[in-house]
Design a protein around this ligand. Structure first.
Ligand SMILES: *Cc1c(COP(=O)(O)O)cnc(C)c1O
Length: 471
């Protein structure tokens, strides 16, 4: 403290610091204005520290080094890749589907170049952007027509607004879902200007409930896939096929919101059967809505397929312009959809399906290979073991379905409280953050979604030293 005024006086000027080698590097890397600003900040910080009796390095080199370190940290993109070892394949908070190589290539091309987005190359006249994928969607779903919006929430919104604004929409009480991120069916109805008419009860809804609800003001009947829950026990629902008959008799469209909606029977990949879009169309729904980045494995998008006259109405809704997708996503969507023409090779080409179809034994073998590396990185404070675990599909697809998987379970050697949470935080702090889950006294790294094994192992070196502090 005694030398503090002295130290403050000896603090170098901005100009002096700018001559230090780290500052020259900073100016070269980030531009002179940013480097000067960072140096000023570093000087301010040093001054503040000296005033409270701290601050060790006050030489120009020290200040410049701290300015450069700050700029380097700040230059890290906020959108960062992570290792998703949560066991949830379609993790909404981790960006849902990982795109296929073909989709990535198509998106990159569309970013680099002008594309015929709304331009008919035959006639030289204006074309339609949805036209780029309409026939593929029709081919894969058996629907008459198709349109695309920003996501499935938008698809539901625009369908309700187009067909039921100022009118009534009939929905079973067992299907009034809330899915993550404040998407609640009753709220969407209200925003779309449709009046919700609830029928039946939470666990049981019968044909007569729908029949009694039909009236002059009925705009549509909505069936909603109860994506993220199941009602079990004493239950009854009216099948889509029967509902389609009822709706048709009264000249009212039936809309089936499938949520995840898959284009192939997942049973061929060893998973439970999830209703396909083609099935929903064949069952007689007039419109079917589903997501692009759930089971379909593409970019975020919302698809609406079904009757031509209804799709035309939706396309005339001014909301369509506000909810449209851009050229980059359209390119990725087209490339993803094309993969479905060859279902036999889907598991090799589409990461979502590849991850879901990955056999447990394959994952366990990978866990065996990586176990020593993790044990070494963590040191004696933790015990690492290869264990069975269960993955989930995620994003509301087959919520009760658990997929047998394997991974690495980490437990503190001494059972110290808080050690697992601290370890989870340390893993999230790695150069490529690792996101795992804590389960029954262990930190579980489900390896189902781990593709680049070498990168994962190399990344672990970032734990050196941290592990002892955690124990
Ligand atoms: C996920 C889901 C939505 C919303 O889809 P997003 O693509 O996330 O906007 C709507 N309805 C159901 C039934 C869903 O499962």
């Amino acid at each position: 403290m005694a030398h503090q005024p002295d130290a403050l006086r000896r603090l170098p000027s901005v100009d002096e610091v700018m001559h230090a080698s780290a500052a020259i590097v900073a100016a070269d890397r980030f531009g002179r204005p940013a480097a000067v600003a960072a140096v000023r900040q570093a000087l301010d910080a040093t001054r503040a520290e000296l005033r409270v009796g701290r601050g060790n390095g006050i030489a120009a080199d020290d200040v410049a080094a701290s300015a450069l370190a700050h700029l380097d940290r700040d230059a890290q993109p906020n959108v960062r890749p992570v290792f998703n070892l949560t066991g949830t394949v379609l993790h909404t908070n981790l960006g849902r589907a990982v795109l296929a190589e073909a989709a990535v290539e198509a998106a990159v091309t569309a970013m680099h170049q002008a594309i015929a987005l709304e331009f008919d190359l035959d006639t030289g006249r204006r074309g339609e952007r949805d036209g780029l994928v309409r026939s593929l969607l029709c081919e894969l779903t058996g629907a008459e027509d198709a349109t695309i919006v920003n996501n499935n929430a938008a698809a539901v919104l625009i369908v309700l607004n187009t067909l039921a604004k100022g009118r009534e929409a009939i929905v079973s009480r067992g299907e009034l879902i809330e899915i993550g991120g404040a998407f609640r069916m009753p709220d969407i109805m209200a925003r779309a200007g449709a009046k919700l008419v609830e029928v039946g009860t939470t666990n049981r809804t019968h044909t007569k409930d729908y029949v009694e609800a039909f009236g002059e003001k009925t705009g549509l009947v909505l069936k909603v896939h109860t994506s993220n829950y199941r009602i079990k026990g004493f239950t009854a629902e009216v099948a889509a096929r029967d509902l389609a008959g009822l709706a048709r008799e009264r000249g009212v469209p039936l809309v089936n919101d499938l949520g995840s909606g898959t284009l192939v029977d997942l049973a061929r990949f060893g998973l439970a059967h999830e209703p396909t879009v083609a099935e929903a169309v064949a069952e007689g729904a007039d419109l079917v809505t589903f997501s692009g980045d759930k089971l379909l494995g593409g970019p975020q998008a919302g698809f609406i397929v079904g009757r031509k006259d209804l799709i035309a109405k939706i396309n005339r809704n001014p909301m369509k312009r506000a909810l449209r997708v851009d050229k980059v996503r359209l390119a990725a969507i087209e490339a993803t959809l094309r993969l479905y023409r060859d279902p036999d090779r889907l598991a090799a080409r589409l990461p979502t399906i590849a991850m879901l179809a990955r056999p447990r034994a394959d994952i366990a073998a990978q866990a065996q290979r990586l176990c020593p590396a993790l044990a070494t990185a963590l040191g004696p404070a933790f015990v690492v073991a290869v264990e069975d675990c269960t993955s989930q599909i995620g994003s509301g697809a087959l919520p009760l379905e658990s997929v047998p998987s394997a991974g690495l379970a980490v437990r503190p050697a001494k059972g110290r409280k808080g050690a697992l949470a601290a370890l989870a935080a340390a893993l999230r702090g790695l150069p490529t953050p690792v996101v795992a889950r804590i389960e029954e006294g262990a930190l579980v790294l489900d390896l189902r979604c781990l593709d680049d094994e070498a990168a994962f192992a190399a990344n672990l070196s970032g734990l050196a030293g941290a592990a002892d502090a955690l124990a």
